[in-house]
Design a protein around this ligand. Structure first.
Ligand SMILES: *Cc1c(COP(=O)(O)O)cnc(C)c1O
Length: 348
């Protein structure tokens, strides 16, 4: 194994990190929720446009330090798109070939971005097929299957600084409620919720971790039953979150509560957020925010004050042809108007 190349690769990633900035924590004050400020950790501002920038960096470092990735190793990944965009960026930084295995329905904007960074896309018909197709490709090409769904929770360092949870708590320091009552997150790999849940425990905070789950995902049933053999035959329609199988990176024990969010509510909330933020967000951010608003409403009923933090996972610019196209929404998600009305009622 060429240790010089590995050393060089790691220093390239570290230098890239040194050139990077942390992401903003945006405060949302809604008239209907006085004493319950909501915050969005804006992960759309990473160079590759989503929270997966953090994961891709961690997965490359993990693969390099484990001796799995060396000079010329082809990198293969199973992805619903965002991770592949970020990994394509790091593969190019290191001069490695990259192939993304994705469902054919993945947003075109993400496919273009993967190709922009010099990656290739390999399409399969459904979300359930990405795993086996990735394993096969890696074997055939003598490459390394990154396997975000297995390694996300391990590759990320949840203990120390430089993780998303630590950043949230540091950015909350000067707020009226520095320790949030809830952090709300959805699960794709489950890596981010694992990092946040473990960090909360390690620091002894009172914060509850609520995980929101879209339709056609097995995470919530798994959380309730702990049956790891659960399967869904249909993929999630909310890109980036909800899985048809129980992913090894989803750690149910650190999740305090789970909420099911209808897809139409996710899309309605994403569209509604544009009226609050002045810009478009992805549908998983809608899922997160819908969950945050339900918890805020519950706190209001109980007469409680406190902060709720959730994540802005990626920008809506990626989804102009889908979640921001009324025709597509009508055909694939259904009528969002009742959910818009519910949002208006909730937040007024
Ligand atoms: C991956 C992803 C998530 C979920 O994050 P995990 O850490 O993988 O659970 C949410 N939204 C988007 C857009 C994503 O790409």
């Amino acid at each position: 194994m060429n240790r010089n190349w590995v050393n060089h690769a790691i220093s390239e990633i570290n230098a890239d990190y040194q050139r990077s900035a942390d992401t903003h924590l945006i405060r949302l004050t809604l008239p209907g929720f006085s004493g319950i400020p909501l915050y969005l950790k804006d992960e759309s501002t990473h160079p590759t446009g989503s929270l997966k920038h953090r994961l891709a960096r961690s997965l490359f470092l993990y693969g390099l330090c484990n001796g799995w990735i060396t000079e010329g190793t082809p990198i293969i990944e199973a992805s619903s798109g965002s991770t592949a965009v970020s990994e394509a960026y790091f593969a190019r930084l290191l001069g490695l070939p990259f192939i993304a295995v994705m469902p054919a329905c993945t947003a075109r904007r993400k496919i273009e971005q993967i190709e922009f960074y010099g990656g290739r896309c390999h399409f399969v018909n459904s979300a359930c097929e990405i795993y086996a197709a990735s394993e096969t490709l890696a074997r055939e090409l003598n490459g390394h299957y990154m396997d975000q769904f297995t390694f996300a929770e391990r590759a990320t360092d949840w203990r120390g600084n430089n993780n998303i949870a630590d950043s949230i708590f540091r950015q909350m320091q000067n707020e009226p409620h520095p320790v949030p009552a809830f952090i709300v997150m959805s699960a794709g790999t489950g890596g981010t919720s694992a990092t946040i849940g473990r960090y909360i425990r390690s620091q002894g905070y009172d914060t509850r971790l609520a995980v929101v789950d879209p339709q056609n995902s097995v995470f919530m049933d798994y959380w309730q039953t702990r049956d790891a053999t659960l399967r869904s035959t249909v993929g999630s329609k909310i890109e980036g979150i909800g899985r048809p199988r129980v992913e090894p990176s989803f750690i149910p024990h650190v999740v305090d509560e789970m909420l099911r969010v209808p897809d139409a509510a996710s899309v309605a909330t994403a569209q509604w957020l544009e009226t609050q933020l002045g810009r478009k967000v992805g549908a998983s951010t809608g899922t997160n925010m819908w969950g945050a608003l339900q918890l805020a409403a519950r706190m209001r009923e109980q007469g409680r004050c406190g902060a709720i933090v959730t994540l802005l996972c990626d920008s809506g610019e990626r989804y102009l042809e889908t979640y921001y196209n009324p025709q597509w929404v009508k055909e694939n998600i259904g009528d969002v108007t009742p959910w818009k009305a519910e949002l208006a009622r909730l937040t007024e």
